[in-house]
Design a binder for this molecule. Structure first.
Ligand SMILES: CCCCC/C=C/C(=O)SCCNC(=O)CCNC(=O)[C@H](O)C(C)(C)COP(=O)(O)OP(=O)(O)OC[C@H]1O[C@@H](n2cnc3c(N)ncnc32)[C@H](O)[C@@H]1OP(=O)(O)O
Length: 396
């Protein structure tokens, strides 16, 4: 290793690697330096298919047909299915678009698809980063989108119409995404939301899916899920950043105490209405919040459900920095891209030094909070609050 590093250092100092033209003399390096503009890899393509799901603006039928045709050509080759009947308008339009690509090679179609998606992302003022290549299994549904670029793996909650409320499937998918991110080659991992909310917390309809074992069984499995979920945040080995793009509620707030950095738009609010819901704190907040902001401020939030503005949360240490909403995405991602270029092993080790002494304690607190919540979920107070929300009588 030292030999390779030394040789590279000498080459760098001699100027041999300073010009992009000269890089072509080093094929192994060229592999790492060629981006989508030169050749769209399978990873770029997969990532583009995920980016499409995050477009904010509907690109219109013509572009959607183009995307469809290029996708089919890239994955299946030239059109190979019978032409639909004239009255089957939609399928005929799709067939025509695909068929029009003739014998365009799969690789060219893949490249054109990536280019098209990239131009749409740039023009859609998406709040989501443009993100190629992610070498990972994608989650089971579109409600979570995982992308990787510039040394940053981004996990995006993508249920904007439900304010990014967390379904049971999403808890599982986030755990899988964190597991993959802990092992991938990114330096930093980000959790963020798509749309006007960061996250409205636990999806209250999760409570309606009662298994054959009844509500006790439901509460037991919920507590196991909660404990596993929070454990992943406690153990996450790399710098973990929350990009809080809007209001945050419930568990999406409590776990912020386990993040290394929390950036928030000035539009964000932080709300943990556990008493209103007949519930009790989770995500280790019964420990991290008093530690971060002192016991009485923590009590205002966790017991009395006081909603904090982003600036208040920053003053109290829960948020690292607040940005004006108009420049939030731009400023935050520029900052994170710069951080992601720092030596990843050093960052990982420094995080461990900061966090490891508390890990055991946090696991014990998580176990205790999950047990207490299991009881709370069976209480009349909690059941009434959930029924009230579901019957549209109550909102926070
Ligand atoms: C297994 C682990 C368990 C961990 C324990 C976790 C605890 C928590 O997270 S407690 C916090 C639970 N969250 C809430 O109580 C929030 C409930 N939601 C609301 O009070 C409001 O929806 C709002 C304040 C978040 C937003 O209000 P508004 O801007 O007026 O928007 P709508 O209410 O019309 O919401 C749009 C749409 O989204 C649905 N929705 C929002 N939040 C949730 C949620 N948490 N669970 C389920 N559904 C949610 C809402 O019902 C609307 O749906 P449609 O009516 O179908 O349009």
């Amino acid at each position: 290793m030292a030999g390779v590093a030394g040789r590279l250092a000498r080459l760098w100092c001699s100027g041999a690697l300073s010009s992009p033209l000269q890089v072509t003399r080093f094929p192994a390096l060229q592999l790492h330096l060629c981006g989508p503009a030169m050749r769209a890899s399978q990873k770029d393509f997969e990532n583009a298919t995920n980016q499409v799901k995050l477009l904010k603006k509907d690109p219109g039928n013509e572009v959607k047909l183009k995307l469809y045709a290029l996708y089919k050509q890239a994955t299946e080759g030239p059109c190979n299915v019978p032409k639909p009947g004239v009255l089957d308008f939609i399928n005929k339009a799709k067939w025509d678009a695909w068929n029009a690509l003739g014998s365009l090679p799969k690789e060219t179609a893949r490249h054109n698809y990536v280019d098209l998606v990239s131009s749409l992302s740039a023009s859609s003022e998406s709040s989501i980063q443009v993100t190629p290549a992610a070498d990972r299994k994608q989650p089971g549904s579109d409600a979570l989108v995982v992308t990787s670029q510039d040394g940053i793996t981004t996990i995006t909650l993508n249920r904007p119409d439900k304010k990014n409320a967390l379904t049971t499937q999403m808890y599982h998918d986030i755990m899988l995404a964190l597991e993959a991110a802990s092992k991938d080659d990114s330096a930093i991992t980000v959790l963020t939301g798509n749309g006007d909310y960061y996250c409205s917390g636990n999806d209250l309809t999760n409570f309606t899916d009662i298994p054959p074992g009844g509500v006790e069984e439901k509460a037991r499995s919920g507590a196991v899920l909660l404990r596993d979920f929070v454990d992943r945040f406690i153990d996450f080995p790399k710098p973990l950043v929350a990009v809080v793009n809007g209001p945050a509620v419930g568990i999406s707030v409590t776990i912020l105490g386990l993040f290394d950095i929390v950036y928030a738009t000035d539009r964000a609010t932080f709300h943990t209405p556990f008493s209103h819901l007949g519930q009790s704190p989770e995500g280790c907040s019964s420990y991290t919040f008093p530690k971060i902001m002192g016991p009485s401020k923590a009590t205002e939030m966790l017991v009395f459900g006081k909603k904090l503005t982003a600036r208040e949360a920053c003053t109290q240490g829960l948020v690292t920095e607040v940005f004006p909403d108009s420049t939030f995405q731009k400023e935050v991602w520029v900052r994170l891209k710069a951080y992601s270029k720092l030596p990843p092993n050093a960052m990982r080790i420094s995080k461990q030094v900061i966090r490891n002494t508390e890990k055991e304690k946090l696991h014990a607190i998580n176990a205790e909070e999950s047990n207490i919540l299991r009881e709370r979920w069976l209480s009349d107070e909690c059941m009434n609050a959930v029924v009230s929300f579901l019957s549209k009588k109550a909102k926070l």
